[in-house]
Design a protein around this ligand. Sequence first.
Ligand code: PGA
Length: 249
Amino acid sequence: MRKPIIAGNWKMNKTIPEAKTLVTGVLDKLSGFNDVEVLFCPPFTALSTVKELIKGTSCKLGAQDLYWKEKGAFTGEVSPLMLKDVGCDYVIIGHSERRQFFGETDETVNEKVKAALAVGIKPIICVGESLAEREAGETNALITRQTEKALAGIEASAIANMVIAYEPIWAIGTGKSSSASDANEVIGLIRNTVARIFSKAIAAEVRIQYGGSVKPENVKEYMSQSEIDGALVGGASLEVDSFIKLIRY
Ligand code: PGA
């Protein structure tokens, strides 16, 4: 059984005091609830604060990016070891905002996936098409390519430890979400791609999330689809009430 995973990607939001208020508020309303894996992905500056707050709970900590080198002259970057050091369980890799604004490519995504796995941090690999690509009928080819390239050279034994997030770019932060059945279809395609590269058994273990304008009002519909194992949530993860509603869908 794949345990559902609801992840809050805070993006570039929340100071340390704001992070404390949000996480404390969520934890207060969460006690004893263990049916889904809950993951907070704050900005780098709040990682250690959130780690302290979730100690002794089943909630997990994730970063939003990393660099693949262990250390050295890479001004502004954060290494896998540093994320391990601060207590990250997960790291988001290849988010469309990184691909769009910061030059992330399929090749750098692959480097980052390998680097995270090497220190025992679970990657959440993001894939997704733009509106133009969807309208041109390129979705399936693009998603297949992004998935294959992200997983190139990865050991089969590592696959069960990772999460893939399907996030159509046109649905992120726009209020326009993909229909649950369309999302389910693309996620099925991702799972088949993993099965083709590795095996059906391995593909059956990988958790694949949907992301893009997931809200309390639509989360249930996504989570009732056979292939969808969770949500990667931006906007609706920034308030206690909406994030709790998502977790308790
Ligand atoms: P959104 O963002 O929920 O605000 O659409 C999702 C994401 O980018 O992970």
